[in-house]
Ligand binder design. Structure first.
Ligand code: SF4
Ligand code: SF4
Length: 306
């Protein structure tokens, strides 16, 4: 039996997350909010006796995110790698990787309880709880139609990590602020997705999940076309790649994908249009008003043409 050495308050924990772990946002969920998660995906499956889940978030810098726009709007494929480095694989996820490690050691040293850091992003490959669902359970935001988490602070442009712990902390309330996504009126994500991964709101199947006392609905996402888009294959190329069985992560084709996959074994960052062009989170202020995009989102609303 590990001695319980002391107590930490939820406020102390979140202050540590922001100052020492370099997170932009932090929230706490109780393990019972995951009661509706599938077997093998609940916090207790990864850490028996888990009582609390601490979620760290970092915002993707606008300057890294706008590299997606340089690819889509200016045809600058090589610039897209800035997003790969600082928006997807590298920067945010290494900040979160080290932040989660620091938080786990802080909890264990201060309380004597067990704390398990969950690796962030596509860099590290371990199976873990769904970080998107954990972020919603910790009150950091809600699901958009595209199934990505929208926070009021950063819209879709967040990355997350989680720390599971047997220590008990006061959970944050679920997000209950202004509406962040109305897919009946918007639908930009469905319209701008080049491979049809996000169905139109009125045509696509929906998924409902229960987290705590709330039910959330988002699209039934098509993973295979998105996976090949992440490898840089769009439209007909995507259809062909899926037909060849490349809809799942695998080694890159050296003819089309040179050695630019960072520390993972396949390239996964070559799209991101849904994240870049989702208007939630003050999008106009960050991008069109700064002259970073010329796209008129109205053309894509209600899932209009790709
Ligand atoms: S693009 Fe529009 S419909 Fe899609 S998630 Fe963002 S706000 Fe919702
Ligand atoms: S990353 Fe690209 S292919 Fe995948 S859902 Fe977003 S827009 Fe569609």
């Amino acid at each position: 039996m590990i001695p319980r050495m002391g107590k930490l308050s939820s406020e102390q924990l979140k202050a540590f997350a922001l100052s020492e772990c370099k997170a932009d946002l932090a929230g706490i969920a109780s393990a019972d909010r995951f009661a509706g998660a599938p077997n093998g995906q609940r916090p207790g499956d990864f850490l028996p006796g888990c009582r609390s889940i601490i979620v760290l978030a970092v915002g993707v810098p606008d300057g890294a995110l706008q590299a997606i726009m340089r690819k889509r709007e200016d045809g600058l494929d090589s610039v897209h790698g800035i997003y790969g480095s600082y928006g997807y694989v590298g920067g945010p996820n290494y900040t979160l990787l080290f932040g989660a490690d620091k938080m786990a050691r802080f909890i264990e040293n201060k309380t004597g309880e067990i704390a398990t850091p969950c690796p962030a992003g596509p860099t590290h490959g371990a199976k873990m709880i769904s970080l998107r669902h954990a972020a919603v359970a910790a009150g950091l935001g809600t699901f958009g139609w595209h199934s990505i988490v929208i926070s009021p602070e950063y819209g879709t442009r967040n990355r997350f990590a989680a720390i599971l712990t047997t220590a008990e902390f006061e959970p944050d309330p679920l997000y209950d602020g202004p509406e962040l996504c109305n897919p009946e009126k918007c639908g930009v994500c469905a319209g701008i997705c080049p491979n049809g991964s996000i169905p139109k709101y009125n045509e696509g199947e929906k998924v409902s999940v229960e987290i705590g006392e709330k039910t959330y609905t988002y699209c039934k996402f098509r993973f295979d076309p998105c996976t090949v888009a992440g490898q840089g294959l769009f439209g007909d190329g995507a259809v062909a790649a899926i037909a060849e069985g490349r809809g799942k992560p695998g080694p890159p084709d050296p003819k089309t994908e040179p050695n630019n996959s960072f520390f993972i074994h396949f390239t996964s960052w070559k799209c991101g249009f849904c994240m870049a062009y989702c208007p939630a989170g003050g999008w106009a202020k960050h991008f069109p008003k700064q002259g970073l995009t010329r796209i008129n989102l109205k053309e894509y609303m209600n899932g209009a043409p790709r």
